[in-house]
Ligand binder design. Structure first.
Ligand SMILES: Nc1ncnc2c1ncn2[C@@H]1O[C@H](COP(=O)(O)OP(=O)(O)O)[C@@H](O)[C@H]1O
Ligand SMILES: [Mg+2]
Length: 255
C-alpha cells in the first residue's frame, strides 16, 4: 500500500444556506415581526467549516472534540460523502463505514434483522455477504431477543447498538463514529471501545467524535479540537484534551 493519507482536506469550507429553513412556510411569516424577517433574509449563508486543511494517515485514529455546533458532524459528513464542500476538496481512500446520526438509514417498520440486511447492502455488501455475517452481527448487538421486532419498538440505545454492530462487521478501511456510543449503556460502550482498539491495531483508519474524554484518550493517536468551524488545535491526545478542558472550565484549570 502507498503512504498516501486515508483522508485529505484541502482548504475545505462548508456553508449551509439557512434562509429557507428559517423562513419555511407562511406560519413563520405570520408569527415573526417584519423586522425580524428582514434580518433573517439578510443573513449570509452559515459557515459551519472554514478553510480546513487536514490529513489523516492510513491506520491513524483521530478523535474530534469541541462544543456543540463546532462543526464536528459536518466534518464527518464530508468524509462520508453525504455532504459536499462549498469550497476546497476532500479526498478519501478506502471503504468507508459511516456510523453517523443515530438511526440514519434505518426504517422504523422493518425488524432489527431486516434493518441489518438493508444497512449492510446500503453500505456496500451483497445480500449473501450480509447473510453470512448476520449471526455474528446479532450476537455482537446483544439484541437476539428483539431482533424480529420492528425497530420502532427499540429504544435509542438499542438502535445505536444495531448501527454499531453492523458498521463494525463490514471490514471497513475507514470507520467514522459520531457520538453513537453516547446513548448505549456502559457495557456496550466498553465493548465498542474494545472493538475500536482492535481496529486500531488492525490499522483501520478511524475518526471518532465524542464528548467522553476518557474514551477519546483511549482510542486516539491524535486529537483535533474544533471550535466555530475551525481547527483550533491538533496534536497528542493528552495535550489537546488538557487545553480543551482549560478552555471549557477556565476556573477549574486555574485552581
Ligand atoms: N443542515 C444544516 N443547515 C443549517 N445549518 C446547519 C446544518 N447542519 C449543521 N448546521 C450548523 O452548522 C454548525 C455545525 O454543526 P455540526 O457540524 O452539526 O456541529 P457539531 O457536530 O460539532 O455539534 C452548527 O452551527 C449547526 O447549527
Ligand atoms: Mg454533531
Amino acid at each position: 500500500m502507498s503512504s498516501d493519507p486515508a483522508i485529505q482536506f484541502r482548504h475545505v469550507t462548508k456553508e449551509y444556506h439557512v434562509e429557507n429553513a428559517v423562513l419555511g412556510g407562511l406560519k413563520n411569516l405570520v408569527l415573526h415581526l417584519p423586522t425580524q424577517i428582514r434580518a433573517m433574509r439578510a443573513r449570509k449563508p452559515f459557515c459551519a467549516l472554514q478553510d480546513l486543511s487536514l490529513e489523516i494517515a492510513q491506520g491513524e485514529s483521530l478523535s474530534v472534540i469541541g462544543r456543540n455546533g463546532a462543526g464536528k458532524s459536518t466534518l464527518l459528513g464530508l468524509i462520508a460523502g453525504v455532504l459536499r464542500p462549498s469550497a476546497g476538496t476532500v479526498v478519501t481512500r478506502g471503504r468507508i463505514c459511516p456510523l453517523l446520526e443515530l438511526g440514519a438509514g434505518f426504517h422504523a417498520d422493518l425488524t432489527g434483522r431486516e434493518n441489518i440486511v438493508l444497512n449492510g447492502i446500503l453500505l456496500g455488501l451483497t445480500r449473501r455477504e450480509v447473510l453470512a455475517r448476520l449471526d455474528e452481527i446479532i450476537d455482537f448487538s446483544g439484541l437476539a431477543q428483539f431482533v424480529d421486532r420492528p425497530l420502532r419498538t427499540y429504544s435509542s440505545g438499542m438502535t445505536a447498538r444495531l448501527g454499531f454492530s453492523v458498521a463494525v462487521h463490514l471490514s471497513p478501511n475507514i470507520l467514522l463514529v459520531d457520538e453513537a456510543l453516547a446513548v448505549g449503556d456502559l457495557e456496550f460502550q466498553q465493548k465498542c471501545l474494545a472493538r475500536m482498539q482492535q481496529f486500531r491495531s488492525d490499522a483501520v483508519t478511524m475518526v471518532f467524535v465524542s464528548h467522553d474524554m476518557e474514551s477519546v484518550a483511549r482510542v486516539s493517536d491524535r486529537v483535533a479540537w474544533m471550535d466555530g468551524g475551525r481547527l483550533r488545535e491538533i496534536g497528542p491526545p493528552q495535550q489537546v484534551i488538557e487545553h480543551y478542558h482549560a478552555f471549557v472550565h477556565p476556573t477549574v484549570a486555574a485552581a
